[in-house]
Design a protein. Sequence first.
Length: 268
Amino acid sequence: MLTQILSGLLLSGAVSVLAWRFRTLSASGAAAALLVGWSIFAFGGLPWASLLLAFFISSSLLSRLGGQRKAALNEKFSKGSRRDWGQVLANGGLGAALVLLSLSPAAGAWPWVAYAGAMAAVNADTWATELGVFSAALPRLITTGRRVERGASGGISPLGYLAALAGAALVGAIAALFPMVPHPWRLAGIAVLSGLAGSSFDSLLGASVQAIYFCPACNKETERHPRHTCGAPTHQVRGWAWLNNDWVNFLCSLTGALCALALSAWLL
């Protein structure tokens, strides 16, 4: 166990430093990734680490696609492309908690099932965000179907859903390679459904109760507060003030985990 703990620390440290050097994580994000990664690598081993790496590596690569087009949308999002500690914990914090719960002899396989669902959800949501912006048509608000600007919270598109499906399927396929449950390939299907559910719930929150602000200088809605990218102060126009994008991402992860557990009672 000591060897696994030390190797987990070294691996998570190496990944965090590389991510910081390649500007996919901020300094605070690298520190949080070290903690989350060490917990999962050291106490979960290869199966748990594989799902986390699949999410982190794929999302980091996709974030580099279409740099100029995405740069124009930065004013919509609450943070830039470099993930900080809040984003890291929102996407990986639940996974770190689940791997620690799995250490209990009485835990059984449920933490692994929940983890697969959680990682499928955050990967689906990230892929939908990173690739959905390339849709030829403007997205539609998930609650009303109204056309909205690219990058608007709660906007969905067919391309975005296909990307979410692919992102969840990647996590599901990797999870199925490890015989942690009696029917591992059924877990792959569970992960796909859970990933789509989590991603959809993320969009639903973004369209309804996530805190959204308005920049009077740019005449645009944004997630940024207290100041927009132009430097002008923003004021809240809808949603709950406490429900920022980090909380939405965490609830996406939690939804994926709960859906996976519910489906596993029927399919596993």
